[in-house]
Each structure stands twice: as structure tokens, then as C-alpha cells.
Design a binder for this molecule. Structure first.
Ligand code: FES
Length: 158
């Protein structure tokens, strides 16, 4: 028998979320957030437990999880930097910021530092085009980012 991935607390939270909606499917995205917060990413076992808790097939859970960039299907670093490379950010200098991040971290987008501290990812629009270039560090948005700002942001990471 495989070890369970979700704690009793996480499963209780998923049950609470489920009770708040007439359809189990409506509780899927918030439940995936609960699972990801607990495990660090959405391993197949964690998705299976979410599906079991909501009465949904794994294929449906996995298709939703794989659709949204906010969900990780592979392990990520303790800090997840997502930088937008879409048109507004591109026109406002994101390439320079991406290059600088790569040099500072010693990785390319899609990679994690060897110590597991930071995952860098380039993503499409973060819905803050008026503040381009934009990046997220975990859930925190940073606007009009420059290489100098990157130095400050990286220095603040625990
Ligand atoms: S294009 Fe970068 S936030 Fe929209």
C-alpha cells in the first residue's frame, strides 16, 4: 500500500471546501491549492487523494492541474520566480531581467538551483501589463522590475 500524501488536516480542509459548493467540481481548484501547499507540488498521489475526497476521477483532476500555470506537477524550489515574457513585458525590458536572473541564479528558465532554493520560470501574461516588466516570487507580485531590483529581491529571500 502506498503512503498517503495528504494529512488529515488537508483532507478536512478539502471536505470543508466541498461542503461549500453544490458541485464537487467547483471545489477542485481550491482543493488542489490545499494539496500543493501541503506537498509542495501536485504529485500523482496527491491528485488521486484530492479526486478521492471529491469523488472525481484522477483524469479530471490531472487535466485541471495541468491546465493552470499556478499548479506544479513536478517539485519546485522553496522560492518560485515566474517572470512574464509576453508583449508588454517584452517591450519594457523583461529580456534583460531574465538574462540577469539566469546569471545570478546560474540556471535557465524551467530549472531549479542545485540547492533547491529557487525555481525560475518564464510565463505568459500575469495580468499586470501596465506595470511591466512583472514577476512573481511565490504569490507576491513585483512590478517594473530591473536588474537592480532583482538584486534586492534575491537578497530578501530566506
Ligand atoms: S504582458 Fe507581462 S504582465 Fe501582461
Amino acid at each position: 500500500m502506498t503512503a498517503r500524501m495528504l494529512s488529515r488536516g488537508a483532507l478536512e480542509e478539502i471536505a470543508r471546501l466541498r461542503a461549500g459548493y453544490p458541485e464537487a467540481r467547483s471545489a477542485l481548484i481550491p482543493s488542489l491549492h490545499v494539496a500543493q501547499a501541503e506537498v509542495g507540488y501536485l504529485a500523482e498521489g496527491a491528485m488521486a487523494e484530492v479526486g478521492e475526497a471529491l469523488g472525481l476521477p484522477l483524469t479530471e483532476v490531472a487535466s485541471v492541474a495541468s491546465f493552470y500555470e499556478m499548479f506544479h506537477l513536478e517539485p519546485v524550489g522553496r522560492h518560485h520566480i515566474r517572470i512574464c515574457i509576453n508583449i508588454s513585458c517584452h517591450l519594457n525590458g523583461c529580456d534583460e531581467v531574465v538574462d540577469y536572473l539566469c546569471r545570478r541564479l546560474g540556471i535557465r528558465p524551467g530549472q531549479t538551483t542545485a540547492d533547491g532554493r529557487v525555481t525560475l520560470e518564464s510565463v505568459q501574461c500575469l495580468a499586470a501589463c501596465e506595470e511591466a516588466p512583472v514577476l512573481l516570487i511565490n504569490a507576491e507580485r513585483h512590478a517594473r522590475v530591473t536588474p537592480a531590483a532583482v538584486d534586492e529581491l534575491l537578497a530578501r529571500l530566506p
